[in-house]
Unconditional design. Structure first.
Length: 303
């Protein structure tokens, strides 16, 4: 354990409408997605990732990206990023009025091939025109690095590979990096090892951690990240989600569980936990699997 003073304030990036829903096999009505996002809006997030402008063949669930994005109320003080894999996605996103995007690659070649049919190098090359368009339009860009702590196909992922991909994304000009444990295998020692390596190439306030809770280590990993000075964490309301290209992936770290821990530790987020619970309760009947948030279950048992 390091003796670092923990951050007093954290930005929670709500990824439920995108990461939480993309793996749902039953298509959810567009109106239900919009209502879910409106309820999240009431919780006061600074960032809500609302959808993906990816190939509808790859992710049929998010084929309604333009309708969802256009319908969502844009609260002042909140940004609404969307995933964009290529130039075609960027054109669709800009046409819908998007002001913040996320590009995504991985630290493992095998996963990148399965997810976006490219090598890591090809994915970076595909982002170059996207970055140019973003810069020209003043659109902010987050870069996701999936499978940073382990890969469903190749197993171990070396921290050097993560740093190498991170450097390439930084060279490309991304504003923020989100380091993803896509299949929920990370343990805190890996976080303690990786974060200082990344902090040597990027300011800490540009680094986000993105955990899945597949094996119950997500909050322990958050604590390790906090101790290393990380102040941005991704999570999904209710713990929805799982990546379609990550077999066995359970949900994202649940926003409720993350908020409960942070608030209990005296770390401010600006987010209303009860309002997140309300959004999850709205979403639950639209999903094919029960939501996994422990906090949500606890309050549902007592109310
Ligand atoms: N939006 C809409 N359609 C798109 C698109 C986009 N961003 N990118 C490609 N397409 C369409 C093409 O028009 C083409 O359609 P057609 O067959 O009717 O002509 C088809 O998709 C295939 O395009 P191609 O360029 O050959 O791409 P691909 O099949 O190799 O797929 C990706 C590459 C990246 C577009 C696709 O794999 C993808 O969108 N993956 C996203 C995966 C994801 O979101 N994972 C979860 C996040 S971690
Ligand atoms: Zn994820």
């Amino acid at each position: 354990m390091s003796s670092n003073v923990l951050p007093r304030k954290v930005r929670v990036v709500e990824v439920g409408p995108r990461d939480g829903l993309q793996n749902e096999s039953e298509i959810i009505a567009t109106a239900a997605k919009i209502q879910f996002i409106e309820l999240l809006n009431q919780a006061g997030f600074a960032t809500i990732e609302v959808t993906s402008f990816v190939s509808p063949r790859a992710i049929p669930q998010l084929a309604d990206a333009a309708q969802v994005y256009s319908a969502v109320t844009r609260r002042p003080g909140t940004t609404y990023p969307v995933l964009v894999p290529n130039r075609q996605g960027m054109e669709r996103a800009l046409a819908a009025g998007v002001r913040a995007i996320a590009v995504f690659t991985a630290a493992s070649e095998a996963f990148t091939q399965a997810n976006i049919h490219m090598t890591i190098a090809e994915s970076i090359a595909a982002f170059t025109p996207v970055m140019e368009m973003a810069r020209a339009e003043g659109v902010s860009v987050r870069g996701y690095i999936s499978t940073a702590f382990g890969c469903p196909y190749q197993g171990v992922v070396a921290p050097e590979s993560v740093v190498d991909v991170a450097q390439q994304l930084l060279d490309l000009g991304v504003d923020e990096l989100s380091i993803g444990d896509t299949i929920g295998v990370a343990t805190p020692n890996q976080v303690m090892d990786l974060v200082p390596r990344l902090a040597s190439i990027a300011d800490l306030d540009r680094l986000a951690l993105h955990f899945h809770d597949t094996r119950g280590t997500a909050l322990a990993n958050v604590l390790a990240g906090l101790e290393q000075g990380i102040t941005i964490f991704d999570s999904a309301a209710g713990g929805a989600g799982g990546c379609p290209y990550a077999p066995g992936a359970a949900g994202n770290l649940a926003t409720e569980d993350l908020l409960y821990m942070l608030h209990g530790m005296g770390i401010a987020t600006g987010i209303d936990l009860d309002a997140v619970v309300a959004a999850s309760r709205y979403l639950a009947p639209h999903l094919s699997r029960p939501l996994t948030s422990k906090y949500l279950r606890a309050v549902s048992a007592t109310h």
